[in-house]
Write a protein that binds this ligand. Structure first.
Ligand code: GLP
Length: 252
C-alpha cells in the first residue's frame, strides 16, 4: 500500500487521471470503475478533457459503475447513475466500448441488476483500475460498517452516518433512501489497481484510522491494507493526521 499526498485537490485529481491513463495505455481493452460522490469530480473533469483532446482513447475500454441508491434512477439528480451520465458519459465525445450502470428506481429489478453487474465484471474483468472514495464512516461504495468482506454485488441497508450525510447530494433535501446497491469488497479486492481518493480535513480522521488501525469490517476501507496494489491518493488536508514517514509527498 502506498500513500501519496498531493498539495491540493486539483493536483490529486490530475495524478488520479495520470494513473488511469497509464492503465488504459497498458491495456486499451481494460475494465475501469469510478465512484460517485463529490471527491471524483475533478478527476472526471480531467479524464473527459483528456478523452476529448485525444490523449486518452476510451473506445476499447469498458466502464462499470461502483454503487447507487435504491429508489432513484438516472433521471434523478443526486443518483450516482445521473452523476456518471452528466459528469462522464455525456461530455465524452468518444464513448466507452461497453458500460454498466444501475437504475435504482427499477426496484423490482434490483436483484437482476446486481446479477448483471457481477456478470459484467466477470466478463470483462478483473477491474484494471478501481477508483474509490471513502465515506465518513469508512465505507467503500456502499460497503457499510459490518459488511461481509466476501460479498460481490449486493444490496444493503444504509448506515446512520450515510443517511445523515446523503442530503448533500440532493441540494439539502432529505430523501427517504434507506438502501444502497454496490460492488462488493470481493470485486474491489480482485481489482488490479485500487486508487482511493480522499480530500479535505473532514476525511482526515477516517483516513488515519483506515490506514493505521486494525483491519476490520467495522471500518470497511481498512481492508485495503491487504490489497497488493493500492494507492491512497490524498490532498494535504485529508493526510493531515498521518505520520510523515508513512506518506510520499508530491510537489510539496
Ligand atoms: C458516497 C458514495 C461512495 C462515495 C463516498 C464518498 O456515499 N456511496 O461511492 O465514494 O460516499 O463520497 P464523497 O466523495 O462525496 O465524500
Amino acid at each position: 500500500m502506498r500513500v501519496v499526498v498531493e498539495k491540493d485537490y486539483e493536483a490529486m485529481s490530475r495524478c488520479a487521471t495520470d494513473l488511469v491513463q497509464k492503465a488504459i495505455e497498458k491495456d486499451p481493452q481494460c475494465l475501469v470503475s469510478f465512484p460517485g460522490g463529490d471527491t471524483p469530480v475533478g478527476m472526471l473533469r480531467e479524464f473527459v478533457s483528456r478523452v476529448n483532446s485525444g490523449m486518452i482513447d476510451p473506445t476499447g475500454v469498458k466502464f462499470v459503475q461502483l454503487d447507487d441508491w435504491v429508489g432513484i434512477g438516472p433521471q434523478d439528480e443526486g443518483s450516482c447513475s445521473h452523476f456518471v451520465n452528466t459528469q462522464l458519459l455525456t461530455p465524452m465525445h468518444r464513448p466507452f466500448a461497453d458500460k454498466f450502470l444501475f437504475d435504482g428506481s427499477r426496484i423490482a429489478a434490483i436483484d437482476c441488476q446486481l446479477k448483471e453487474q457481477d456478470a459484467f465484471i466477470r466478463r470483462y474483468g478483473p477491474i484494471a483500475v478501481e477508483v474509490l472514495g471513502i465515506g465518513m464512516n469508512g465505507h467503500l461504495g456502499f460497503n457499510e460498517n459490518g459488511v461481509d468482506f466476501s460479498l460481490r454485488s449486493h444490496r444493503t441497508p444504509l448506515s446512520a452516518v450515510t443517511k445523515a450525510v446523503q442530503k448533500k447530494y440532493f441540494g439539502g433535501r432529505e430523501l427517504p433512501l434507506a438502501e444502497g446497491i454496490t460492488q462488493g469488497i470481493a470485486q474491489i479486492m480482485e481489482s488490479e489497481l485500487v486508487i482511493l481518493l480522499a480530500s479535505g480535513v473532514q476525511k482526515a480522521e477516517i483516513v488515519f484510522k483506515a490506514i493505521t488501525g486494525p483491519v476490520t469490517n467495522e471500518l470497511p476501507a481498512s481492508i485495503l491494507q491487504k490489497h497488493p496494489n493500492c494507492i491512497w491518493l490524498l490532498d494535504q488536508d485529508a493526510a493531515g493526521l498521518l505520520p510523515r514517514e508513512l506518506v510520499e509527498m508530491k510537489n510539496p
